[in-house]
Design a protein around this ligand. Structure first.
Ligand SMILES: NC(=O)c1ccc[n+]([C@@H]2O[C@H](COP(=O)([O-])OP(=O)(O)OC[C@H]3O[C@@H](n4cnc5c(N)ncnc54)[C@H](OP(=O)(O)O)[C@@H]3O)[C@@H](O)[C@H]2O)c1
Length: 245
């Protein structure tokens, strides 16, 4: 969709990725000057993007995104004047909608949204809670929105998404192992990334595991080896720990 006035208070890593993903959608985008490194890079890349102080962002926007760290947000937001009718979408993990509403009144705290860095290119999952229609209108064309019903489930999703890092590390470790045996490091890693990425994108886990379950095959033998080493239990214990906060 096009034509919205979108503002970002807190132009850090994730806000920058979100802005890059929106750059060609025809919105009027205003970002906070901080971080100067990020806002300057965005201004250099995106024609018509405006950099302003925090109040300037709020004043210029119909939808305000919060890309602040949770600990810093109360002091920063309480110094700003929001207006009724404005919509606020928070990226802040672990800060619930009621807290956002209190910090941004009289604006409406519309949604919590957890984007991932891949949103810069599109094709990324986006977790959303609250007015997910608004999130879908802005981001749904290029990404897939996963609507989460409540804060407890959001915490579960937030914990489980951390599987990405060990999964990536596992692929990286296998690529390193290949390089140690004389394989070109870039080609080995590219092969594994395409293999794992494309396989997961086109199949659910259960049918994929079934297809990879040839008795005595390489995939089955490595999976059983990892299971015997306690990898599934270790993963679930780590997720339990994350979910406890
Ligand atoms: N990174 C992710 O993948 C991800 C994904 C989903 C949600 N989130 C959530 O998004 C939020 C931001 O995470 P992040 O990784 O993007 O962190 P980050 O890069 O540290 O971004 C926080 C930004 O807030 C800025 N800031 C600090 N004080 C400010 C002020 N007074 N006015 C305006 N901006 C100010 C910081 O600028 P300075 O550098 O100048 O201090 C920094 O650019 C967090 O709440 C996190 O839970 C992150």
């Amino acid at each position: 969709m096009s034509g919205l006035r979108l503002g970002f208070v807190g132009t850090g890593t994730i806000a920058s990725a979100v802005v890059r993903g929106l750059a060609r959608d025809g919105h009027r985008i205003t970002v906070s000057e901080r971080s100067a490194r990020h806002s300057a890079a965005l201004a250099a890349e995106i024609p018509d993007l405006v950099v302003a102080d925090n109040q300037g962002v709020v004043d210029a926007s119909d939808v305000v995104f919060l890309g602040l760290l949770p600990d810093a947000a109360p002091e920063i937001l309480s110094a700003l004047r929001f207006r009724a009718g404005q919509r606020v979408i928070s990226f802040m993990a672990g800060v619930d909608l009621a807290e956002v509403a209190a910090l941004c009144a009289p604006a409406g705290a519309s949604a919590l949204m957890l984007p991932f860095p891949g949103i810069a290119q599109g094709g990324s999952p986006v977790l959303a809670m609250g007015d997910t229609d608004l999130v879908a209108r802005i981001f749904g064309g290029a990404n897939t929105i996963f609507t989460v019903p409540d804060a407890a489930q959001m915490q579960t999703y937030l914990s489980a998404q951390a599987v990405l890092s060990p999964a990536v590390a596992m692929v990286g470790n296998a690529a390193e192992w290949m390089a140690g045996r004389g394989v070109d490091p870039e080609m080995g890693e590219a092969f594994l990334r395409l293999l794992v990425g494309s396989s997961l994108q086109t199949s659910g886990c259960a049918p994929l595991l079934e297809a990879l379950n040839t008795p005595g095959g390489f995939n089955q033998r490595l999976r059983v080896h990892m299971e015997e080493a306690g990898t599934p239990e270790t993963l679930k214990a780590g997720l339990d720990r994350l979910a406890k906060g």
